[in-house]
Structures are given as structure tokens and as C-alpha cells.
Design a protein. Sequence first.
Length: 446
Amino acid sequence: MPRSPLNATLPLSQLSDYLSSLVRGRLWLKVLIGMAAGIAVGMLLGPSAGLMDRGNAATIGNWLALPGHLFLTLIQMIVIPLVFASVIRGIAASENVEQLRKMGLRVVLFFLATTTIAIVIGLAMADFIEPGRLIDPERVQATLGGTVPQVANAAATPELRELPAMLVNLLPSNPLNSMVEGQMLQIVLFAAVVGVALIMMAPSQARPLLELMASLQEVCMTVVRWAMWLAPFAVFGLLAQLTTKVGLHALTGMLAYVFTVVAGLALLLALYLALLYIMAGKRPLPFLRAARDVLLLAFSTSSSAAVMPLSIKTAEEGLGIRPSIAQFVIPLGATINMNGTALYQGVAAIFLAQVFQVDVGPGGMALIVVTAVGASIGSPATPGVGIVILSMVLETAGIPAAGIALIMGVDRILDMCRTAVNVAGDLVACILMDSWLGGVQEVTAQ
């Protein structure tokens, strides 16, 4: 069988250097300043200060949020072509089909296991701390602007006879339609099929398509570079708009909820570091030093897709991962590895259940686990997608989705934190796969 026709080096060095320069230029600090300024402006415009009526405040908030919406649109615009091209080139960089089979099976099982563990941690943290008991129900009513709607019935879980059809539907019968509808999991599977086919073709026949994918990556990189300039203004505008709508009291009253999510994410990160040490013999501090740039940028942008080029460069150069592994695991992880988001789903669901005094019970918690894991797989790696997944989880568990309005004010902060943990999970998966498949390079602290 012919070896891969792809030279393992991705054309990502130029953009990766640019993203690194943004970190060295304190992009994360600019984003934090934007967060603080956005909250301050939102307080002045919102109901807390009472300086203007709600209509004018909403209009100003919409204009302030314009850079944020442009940032989200630019990122969402290039997610599908970037993932499609990266998965194809990553698979084509594999040494052979046998290595690809072992790696694909192990990395998917690893992502599924850690995602399940993450949401269980979130459920346990929320059940132990009980942040929802600290929220005044009358204040919730005032924040939501009306009565809480009746609790919807939980959605039924799929029956056993329906599973074969669901599995068949994972493969797209019309890949272009899947791209139009944003079905990320189907897109990844289609790209994987194309990548495997390229491995089994003669290099001369596969090279034109691989060169086209390289050009597509470069186009996506240029769009990402444009979006990075908007990041501080995007965070400022979105937080200003949200604070204008919900007021300061909704932010200060959510401190216990924020603490619960952040503490759970810290526990998940500690679990990652323990897995590195136990399973791959890698020390935590060198790993954190090598990954600091990409983690800071992930925190700043709230998008694992936006930092994908820097994640690949960090895995290859900073962590010593073979390109054939890094170029496959990183794009796949940006698509299906949403551990930080899954943990957040668990905390948010139990928090809102406590606020609305909904008795979830063990069966409801199990349903939350299954729904959150399934919804997290294939979700776009873009800012704010956690809220979309959360609405699905709440409906499944019979918790009023109207409670999302209560946590929107602090979602931007938590989105930044959980994205950094998601990216850390991708890098940990790269190290473990490289170790289990016979990697020879060592982690280098930079």
C-alpha cells in the first residue's frame, strides 16, 4: 500500500506566528479590559443605573454588539471549510491505514469517556454546592420580566429499534447539504472517508486534491487573522449588550454559579494533568508552559476553531507530537471534544433546576448526561454554542428554558474558561495518542 502522499508539514506557520504575536502582545489582557469596560458600560446603560429608558439602551447595546456579531460571523463562516480541509490533510498524513484505525478508535473512545466524566463532575459540583438555592425567586421573576412558563415534559429517549437508522444517518447521503445545514459530525465523517481514500491512492493522483485543501486552509487562516483584530471589541460589545439587558444584579447574584462552574473546570483540568502523568509520564508544568500561548488565546477568543492553527503548531513544535497525529486529533477534537462545555451543561442544568425548584432526580441526571454528551459531539467550535446545547439539555430534562436568560449575563466569562479547557483536552489527547502509538519525541518547555 502506498505511503501517504502528503508532506506532514501544514502551511500554518505564518498564521501560527501571527497568533503567537497576538498573545505576546497581550491580546488576553486586551480582552479582559474589554470585558471590564463592557460590564461598566452595560451598567450605565442598563436598569441598574436608570440613566435612560430601556428602548434607547437596547438600541445603543445593539450597536455596541456589532463587532461581536461580526466576530462570531467570521468564525462561523470558516469553521466548516477549515475542519473539512484539516481533517482530510490530517488523515492523509498518517503513515498507514492500520495506524489510522487504531488512532481513530482510541481518540473517539477517549473523547466520549472524558466528556461523560466531565458532565458527571458538573452535576456533582452543582448538587454539592447548590448555587441555585442562593438565588432569590422574586429577583428571577423580575429579571425574566414575567412568570416562568410551565415545565415541559421531558423528551423521550430513542428506542432500541431506532438506533440502526440513527447510525446510518450519521453518514451524509448529501455532503453539500450537510455543509449547508452545519451538520459538523457528518462533515467530519465525510472528510474522514475522503482522507482514507487518499491514503490508498497513488501519490500522483492524490496530490492535486491535497494541494487544493492546502489552499483552502490558507484562505481560512486569512479570515481567522481578520477576526482576531475584532476579539477585544467583540467581547466588549457583547458583554455591554448583555449587561444592558439583565442589569448588574443578575451578574452579582450569579457569583455562586460562576464559582461552581470554574471550580469544576479546574477539577477537570487537574484530571487531565493527572492522566498525562499517569498514562504518558509527562509532567504537568512543562505541558502548561508549552501550551500557555494557545490556552491564553483560546481564553481570549472563546473559540477552539479560531485557535486550531496555533493548537496544531503547539502540538507539533511545543509538545513534540508527530504531525500525522496532531493534524488528525486537533481538528477532530475541535469538533467532538467539548468536555468543558459538557461540564458547564451539567452545572447549568442543575443550577436552573434548583432556581425553579424542579426535582430532577437520578433518572433526570442520567438523561442530562446522555443528552449533553450527544449534543456536544459535532457542535460547532464557536463562541456561544454552549447556550444552544443547553437549551436542548433543559428541554430534555424538563427544566424551563426561560432560565437561560438568567445566566446569559455571565456566559461570556464562562465560555472563555471552558474553551481553554476544551483546547487543553485536545492537546492532552494528542500526547496520549502519540504515546500509545509509539511516539518518540519529548515534550519541550518553551
